[in-house]
Ligand binder design. Structure first.
Ligand code: GLC
Length: 748
């Protein structure tokens, strides 16, 4: 019998891959209006149709006034409803009724590894969008974090397509279940901010589908997303806003997308090509899709059938999303307790504990600095401008005008102010907008006077909490960081603080990875608290004081240095361009610079599908902290792994025990590897995860399904998804670098 089983497995391994039917199995909710749309189209004039295909104001496009069909109102997203602008400019409208909740930004949401949190987050944001009169949230921002220095790493979710996709599916469902359309952005491969207005991404079809498009495909095919935003860049030679492979072949024909595609702001380059490829709305303005389009139709360059199809796709969304009456929008307060509570819940679960070691006593578990021991700690020195810096606004692009943002210092004072003496010293000068506009390098030497003051405060304390990291002027849309070195001389300051008082906790406030080698060495405890929303300071205080155990897990690898990062190691980023290259397109829009993007700039994704941990595994390269990593105040033990084939793939079951006296949440992760595969594959890939609460000393049996669909690879010859039968190693644990359980199964 054993031999037969062996032969069966061998036979399976050599069987050729089988095509997996992934034809759209869902029918979009948007398709319920087709007959009504037929009727509307039959009465519309060509002018009325063309009017719908371009911007009306900076953040709206036209409806059909004569038929009582409302304009479409857009709002950034993706981490809160942006303030109102003047109708045709980027200037604030300076209203007093357009505040909103500042939700933790994308990388913080991703650090929760919780689709439930993503659902609640987007549903709460939709409630606010409705109060503010918006039909479509310009989010989730879901491009893969290919480079840790990417200016929008803080907005994006992860380096991994399954984690990004699962959270985007939940975000889409949350917003649309509440009645607001999402706009998946930026479609596609907008993975850098430098030269985003004209970089031409060259990538293999397999890597494009398996890594960079997969989150978008999941949000369309599993959550029926109603909107997509075409990215600024080119992909394989064609601008995204006129890329028929992306907008028609893949998005609409392969995935079954039934909604509308809007351009990124100023990201259109043609009339006939764009509207024919599948662009529905040019935003903002009408340079290409206004009079030029009307003329093109009249000249017979574009058939009215194409115009009708583009209008149909817009009307499907318009008739699905209930318009908010003008006398309702921006009339009631926004940023209320219910939505703030969601922001707090997400922030609590996003905070990642990277290190927590004992100081002094070597007894196991004794003397760890966190959670703060109020029996022994009476004086806390809070050091660092990031303890008082607000992150809701800053940099280029979306931000949130919020009535409330609890800073880390405020959170600590609220939690401990009556029990502990808290002193504060800035320690360094935060990088500000003035410096950014003057292109001052954020990496500066420490300010000796500020260091002296901070060291003095540290010496007199029972505990030092140092807030390092960067801010929204350092990590910003429109430009990438040039380094991950901590700005403002923070490394030097951390070393001085540790010398003054080894009871040092460092909190990294940042949206993306920073070089933590020095601060990790200097600190007994190290955490990441992200750009964590209106309630971020409160959430952090709850973690530091032990009210909640830290349960965030890194959604992206934290490299030791940039040379180790695949895009850098392969020399495909940063690209070298002539020094008169156009500035960021967005800034160009703001300054009405010409959209002249003649420069040819190729970004050849030479690492192919090996982004993030996939690369570090393949190269055996060490990282500072790995994908999926995060410590807890509890201790979890994994055992009893079984893998059971199912019709949908296989179920991964195991026992998880909380071997501590602390209630805590764990994020169990499932990776697969296929060493016998005949294809080139990463060493391992994330194929399932689950966040779960275990009370002190509680044990649970956990089952995580792995889907056949997620085991497929993109076959470039067949130009479709295929499933390679054969053996699969299944590994389970609490991080990509800690997978104590392993079993082998076979997929047919
Ligand atoms: C920007 C961004 C996009 C944003 C849009 C409107 O350039 O790339 O994410 O939604 O313009 O602000």
């Amino acid at each position: 019998m054993k031999n037969l089983r062996f032969l069966t497995i061998v036979g399976a391994i050599f069987a050729s891959s089988v095509a997996v039917s992934v034809a759209q199995t869902y029918r979009s909710h948007l398709l319920q209006h087709e007959q009504q749309i037929d009727s509307i189209l039959s009465t519309m004039t060509l002018d009325e149709k063309i009017a719908m295909l371009h911007g009306k104001n900076m953040f709206s496009s036209a409806g059909i006034p004569r038929l009582g069909i409302a304009d479409v109102e857009y709002a950034d997203g993706p981490f809160g409803i942006r303030e109102e602008m003047e109708p045709d400019s980027w200037n604030s409208a300076h209203l007093t009724t357009d505040s909103a909740t500042f939700f933790p930004t994308g990388s913080a949401l991703a650090a929760t590894w919780s689709p439930d949190m993503a659902y609640s987050y987007a549903r709460a944001m939709s409630r606010e969008a409705r109060l503010r009169g918006k039909d479509m949230i310009l989010g989730p921002a879901m491009n893969i974090q290919r480079i840790p220095t990417g200016g929008r790493t803080y907005e994006y979710l992860s380096e991994d397509p399954l984690l990004s996709g699962a959270l985007s599916v939940a975000y889409t469902r949350g917003a649309q279940d509440d009645g607001t359309a999402v706009c998946l952005k930026h479609f596609a491969l907008n993975n850098q901010e430098d030269y985003r207005g004209f970089v031409d991404v060259r990538i293999s079809s397999r890597a494009m589908h398996e890594i960079y498009l997969r989150p978008f495909e999941m949000a369309v095919s599993e959550a029926d997303a109603w909107g997509v935003m075409a990215a600024y860049n080119k992909v394989n030679g064609r601008w995204c806003s006129e890329n028929a492979v992306l907008l028609d072949s893949i998005l609409r024909r392969q995935w079954g997308f039934a909604g509308m595609v809007i351009s990124d702001w100023g990201g259109v380059h043609s009339t006939v090509d764009a509207v024919t490829a599948g662009l529905n709305v040019e935003m903002p303005g009408s340079r290409f899709m206004g009079q030029a389009l009307l003329d093109s139709v009249k000249a017979g360059k574009v058939s009215e059938d194409v115009i009708n199809q583009r209008v149909r796709e817009i009307l499907r969304v318009r008739l699905t999303v209930t318009p908010v009456a003008k006398d309702v929008a921006n009339k009631r307060p926004v940023g209320n307790a219910e939505e703030m509570a969601v922001a707090l819940d997400v922030a609590r679960r996003s905070i990642v504990l990277l290190k927590n070691e004992a100081v002094g006593s070597k007894a196991k578990g004794v003397g760890r600095l966190l959670p703060v021991n109020l029996q022994t700690v009476r004086r806390i020195a809070v050091i660092g401008a990031n303890a008082v810096t607000r992150m809701a606004l800053g940099g280029v692009g979306a931000g949130v005008k919020t009535r409330c943002e609890i800073t880390p210092l405020e959170g600590l004072k609220q939690a401990l102010g009556d029990k502990v003496d808290i002193t504060y010293a800035p320690g360094y000068r935060a990088y500000d907008a003035g410096s950014r506009y003057k292109h001052v390098d954020p990496i500066q030497k420490a300010d000796p006077q500020l260091v002296v003051e901070a060291v003095k405060a540290a010496k007199n304390a029972d505990l030092v909490i140092f807030f390092a990291g960067d801010n929204r002027e350092v990590e910003t849309e429109g430009s990438d960081r040039t380094t991950i070195t901590l700005p403002s001389g923070q490394d030097e300051l951390a070393t001085a603080l540790a010398k003054a008082n080894p009871r040092l906790v460092t909190v990294i406030v940042a949206g993306g990875p920073v070089d933590v080698r020095t601060v990790s060495q200097a600190s007994a405890s190290l955490l990441v608290s992200w750009f964590n929303g209106s309630m971020g300071g409160k959430a952090l205080a709850e973690v530091l004081t032990g009210k909640v155990s830290p349960s965030g897990r890194l959604p992206m690898s934290w490299p030791l240095c940039l040379d180790d990062v695949p895009a850098y190691a392969t020399g495909s980023y940063p690209q070298k361009v002539d020094n008169n290259a156009q500035g960021d397109i967005f800034v160009g829009l703001v300054n009405n610079q010409s959209n002249d993007r003649r420069q040819q700039l190729i970004a050849n994704y030479a690492e192919d599908g090996l982004v993030g941990y996939r690369w570090y595994d393949a190269k055996g390269a060490a990282v500072a902290y790995p994908f999926g990593f995060g410590l807890s105040y509890a201790h979890f033990v994994y055992s009893n792994l079984t893998v059971t084939p199912t019709a949908a793939g296989f179920d991964v079951s195991f026992t998880l025990a909380n071997a501590s006296d602390t209630d805590a949440e764990e994020v169990a992760q499932v990776y697969v590897s296929r060493p016998q595969s005949r294809l080139n594959r990463p060493v391992k890939e994330l194929k399932g995860f689950q966040r779960l609460m275990l009370k002190a000393r509680e044990t649970k049996t956990v089952t995580i399904p792995v889907r056949r669909r997620d085991l497929c690879h993109w076959d470039e010859a067949a130009n479709t998804w295929m499933l390679e039968p054969g053996s699969i190693n299944v590994m389970v644990g609490g991080s990509s670098a800690s997978l104590p359980l392993m079993a082998t199964t076979v997929i047919q």
